[in-house]
Ligand binder design. Structure first.
Ligand code: DUC
Ligand code: ZN
Ligand code: ZN
Length: 465
């Protein structure tokens, strides 16, 4: 039987190996991997690399961010940018607004995304309340409905949970077989350092970094893993920024804990000194945990290379720079405390890792596929439908040209933010075509076609990576 589309000539890479073959696509799924396949449409991918479409499992879009603050991306621009960066699925967080229940928040997010997306989407929940209705009814019902992962915070007033609350939430995850993701930074320690800094007049963007030093993250990482051990649940530590936190993860595993870890491009390419740029420029780099010293980069690379990190995500959390609803919020120039936390990066995540990791010989293409797509699908209940180029999976494929060398520039990106933290950063290798369920959604840097992205219900996490 012929195919709707055949991709010929590419080197086809999965997490478990690479080969030269044709990819035959029928009804949006991969029907055949073989040679001399026939199709109505033939995509000549000679010289290109076919990778599983990227899955970015850590993205913030249209998230409520406080009075007067607005995220730079809605689902139209966020998923457009994701598709142009070689992604076919993203997992944004669903944060209830003040007074909204978790279920109401999910309904509202689904409505915001409906009909707008150029990638498939699925939502992690954010649990910020531990009242009986949330933990006894809403959370179990939502997990059963396919929202099988949620994030809890150890920092931020209004979001941070106490240790007891985290344990109570973990107990629900255990009962319902869901994945707990944790933002590990010690809120009391940050508050102590922030008060000290402000009293000393140290209020510029750079002091966002000095008031969230490595021990703040290391201690919380250790505590999070200990709490998961006490509750008897697997855990994912998101956005790990430094070597000492990574050591805590490795030690937890050595004790027998099932703990997964994620890192992001900012922790191998940016530093705290970026927050110290002239004037208010440093605000462009304010995110949490903050970028560290470049001494930490090799430690994060060792974790990427040797397996401490299972996931490489963007933590795309975009605000506009020249905007009172963004980085230039009321009071932000008076103290770093008021600068919205987060940086854009969904479009540049994959090119940065491809260039710095694969092209510089630090990681194999197979490992690239694992930490940018396959592991995300497994951990968050999307495998085998997503995350691999294999028969029966959705035909979610990114075609990469490893010969393109270019400078990352805001002018070429498709997000809603007005800057990129990687302006002028040179990369080799760029996705030239993104295919979602057999349909091309990006070609040669341009988004294509209607927003065909759909919402994905998810299965339980596969913790046997
Ligand atoms: N944590 C995130 O995961 N994203 C942006 C800001 C933050 O603190
Ligand atoms: Zn976080
Ligand atoms: Zn985040």
């Amino acid at each position: 039987m012929t195919h709707d589309t055949v991709i010929t000539g590419a080197r086809v890479v999965t997490a478990s190996g690479a080969t030269q073959c044709d990819i035959g696509i029928r009804s949006g799924q991969i029907a055949t991997l073989g040679s001399e396949l026939e199709g109505h449409e033939v995509i000549d991918a000679s010289g290109l690399i076919a990778l599983p479409g990227g899955i970015d499992s850590h993205v913030h879009i249209s998230q409520p961010s406080g009075p007067g603050i607005e995220m730079a991306d809605d689902f139209t621009t966020g998923t457009r940018s994701a598709a142009c960066g070689g992604n076919t699925t993203i997992l944004p967080f669903c944060l209830p607004e003040e007074g909204q229940t978790l279920r109401e928040a999910v309904t509202a997010y689904r409505a915001k995304a409906e009909g707008k997306c150029m990638t498939d989407v699925s939502f992690h929940l954010i649990v910020k309340e531990t009242d009986p209705v949330t933990l006894g009814q809403d959370l179990p019902a939502l997990i059963q409905a396919g929202y099988t992962s949620f994030k809890v915070f150890m920092t931020y007033a209004g979001l941070a949970l106490s240790d007891r609350q985290i344990l109570d939430v973990m107990a629900v995850a255990k009962e319902q077989n869901a994945m707990v993701m944790i933002h590990a930074e010690n809120e009391d320690a940050i508050e102590f350092l922030r008060d000290q800094a402000e009293r000393a007049g140290e209020t510029g963007p750079y002091h966002h970094a000095t008031t969230r030093p490595v021990p703040v993250e290391r201690e919380a990482t250790h505590r999070a893993i200990s709490l998961a051990e006490i509750a008897g649940v697997p855990l994912t530590i998101v956005h790990v920024s430094n070597g000492e936190a990574t050591e805590e993860i490795v030690r937890g595993r050595q004790r027998g804990m099932t703990v997964f870890a994620e890192t992001c491009p900012q922790y191998i390419t940016l530093t705290a000194q970026d927050l110290d740029r002239d004037g208010f420029e440093g605000a462009k780099y304010v995110c949490s945990p903050p970028p560290r010293s470049s001494d930490e980069w090799p430690k994060i690379w060792a974790g990427i290379e040797q397996g401490a990190f299972d996931l490489f995500s963007s933590d795309h959390c975009p605000f506009r720079f020249n905007d009172p609803a963004g980085k230039d919020a009321a009071g932000a120039r008076n103290t770093f405390r008021n600068i919205p936390n987060g940086i854009p990066g969904v479009e540049t995540r994959l090119p940065i890792l491809f260039s710095e990791g694969v092209m510089k010989g630090r990681i194999s293409l197979e490992r690239f596929a694992a930490i940018t797509a396959t592991n995300h699908a497994r951990l968050y209940g999307l495998f085998p439908r997503k995350g691999a180029i294999m028969v029966g999976a959705d035909a979610d494929i990114a075609l990469w040209d490893p010969c393109i060398t270019k400078l990352i520039q805001q002018a070429d990106l498709h997000h809603g933010s007005d800057y990129t933290p990687w302006e002028g950063f040179e990369v080799t290798g760029w996705p030239v075509r993104t295919i979602l369920r057999g349909e091309t959604v990006m070609k040669d840097g341009m988004p294509i076609g209607a927003p065909i992205g759909t919402h994905l219900e998810r299965e339980a996490p596969d913790v046997l990576l």
